[in-house]
Design a protein around this ligand. Structure first.
Ligand SMILES: Nc1ncnc2c1ncn2[C@@H]1O[C@H](COP(=O)(O)OP(=O)(O)O)[C@@H](O)[C@H]1O
Ligand SMILES: [Mg+2]
Length: 359
């Protein structure tokens, strides 16, 4: 078990700055997920923690010790990679036990620990096989086993499920969550998949272009995003972000024609803004005239459905609705949004908080 601290961490590859002045504390025993688009620096950050990549500036502290230049093996971390990185010529048993052999443990102890881990991950029957004789899911279990057997203070996962098919990804995700509940070891998990981040994390760190955009619980990021980037990144389908302008009477006039009134004036009339509304915060209302959309596509998921439509402004919109009444492509639909659920953003992407919406 260990707490981690990243203090003002920089990483440059030549002239390119991949990570810039990053500060973060990862609590002991927590499940922290780094999420962000491809190329934002997630792997770089994880590799610096693991000691596989040099830190250009700042301090990395694991369990109270500054480990900037410590060897990977001295850091008490174990990493699981997306491509499994198993030794092809070794059996599952030898792969899982490898680090223990290197550490000079006795045969019996190695055998016992490998068997413990194999049971946990349900790969006992595969111990004599080589990686080529395993499915993708089985290989990933072995890769996780190889990390667990070392009893690390910190687990680092770099997109461990990205190479698996959709169904297996969901079941492995649940297993990783169970593993964390059982071991209570600090875990840092990297993914570009916001669903994985939302379902696994105690705390999510949203990264963009080498900088932290926001840190919070999944629920905080979902309902109270700090800026437009986080609002758009977290949530599936995405939050609707509609163009509008502030008016002198304190209302927000949307490009699609709808008007959202407030009881207190907004700063500077005529300012372009974006109004954010999640798909589930619209209510379809046949009598309403609030907003009209032309139906493009309806995705029926059984219990609920997503209506993809177009507004008078030409903007796309997604509405979640729990209804079974038939809908035709090209049909016009009226719906409302409760202003209390709407989020307002300035043109530069920052959140405009404390808006006094009139219901
Ligand atoms: N060895 C390297 N040399 C130069 N640039 C690199 C190297 N490794 C990564 N980068 C760059 O650093 C940025 C972050 O990469 P990475 O951490 O792999 O992103 P992520 O894991 O979030 O997809 C990218 O722009 C990538 O091209
Ligand atoms: Mg990566």
């Amino acid at each position: 078990m260990a707490r981690l601290e990243l203090r003002n961490i920089d990483k440059s590859y030549g002239a390119f700055q991949a990570i810039e002045g990053l500060n973060l504390a990862v609590e002991d025993g927590s499940f922290t997920v780094f999420v962000g688009p491809s190329g934002c620096g997630k792997s770089t950050l994880l590799r610096m923690i693991a000691g596989l990549e040099k830190i250009t500036g700042g301090d990395l502290i694991i369990g109270g010790r500054t480990v900037n230049t410590a060897d990977p093996i001295e850091r008490g971390v174990a990493m699981v990679f997306q491509n499994y990185a198993l030794y092809p010529h070794m059996t599952v048993e030898q792969n899982i036990g490898f680090a223990l052999r290197i550490a000079g443990l006795g045969r019996e102890e190695i055998a016992r620990r490998v068997m413990d881990v194999a049971k946990t991950l349900q790969v006992e029957s595969l111990l004599k096989r080589k990686p080529a004789q395993l499915s993708g899911g089985q290989r990933q279990r072995v890769a996780i086993g190889r990390a667990i057997v070392r009893n690390p203070d910190v687990f680092l996962f770099d997109e461990p499920l990205s190479n698996l098919d959709a169904e297996l990804r969901v079941s492995m995700r649940v297993e990783i969550a169970k593993l964390h509940q059982r071991l209570r070891t600090t875990m840092i998990y990297v993914t570009h998949d916001q669903t994985e981040a939302m379902t696994l994390a105690d705390r999510i760190v949203v990264i963009r272009a080498g900088k932290i955009e926001q840190v919070g619980t999944p629920q905080q990021l979902y309902s109270d995003p700090e800026n437009l980037f986080v609002a758009g990144f977290i949530g599936s389908p995405r939050m609707n972000l509609l163009d509008g302008t502030t008016a002198p009477d304190g209302s927000v006039r949307l490009a699609c024609g709808a008007v959202f009134h407030t009881t207190a004036p907004l700063p500077a009339a005529g300012t372009p803004v974006k109004l954010g509304i999640r798909p589930e915060h619209f209510t379809v209302d046949e009598g309403g005239l609030e907003i009209a959309a032309t139906v493009d596509v309806v995705e029926n998921l059984g219990g609920t459905r997503f209506i993809y439509g177009q507004l008078a402004s030409g903007e796309s919109v997604v509405i979640e609705e729990r209804s079974e009444r038939p809908l035709q492509r090209g049909e016009t639909l009226s719906f409302r949004a409760s202003p209390s659920r709407a989020l307002l953003f300035a043109a530069d992407g920052t959140r405009i908080r404390d808006v006094a919406w009139k219901e």
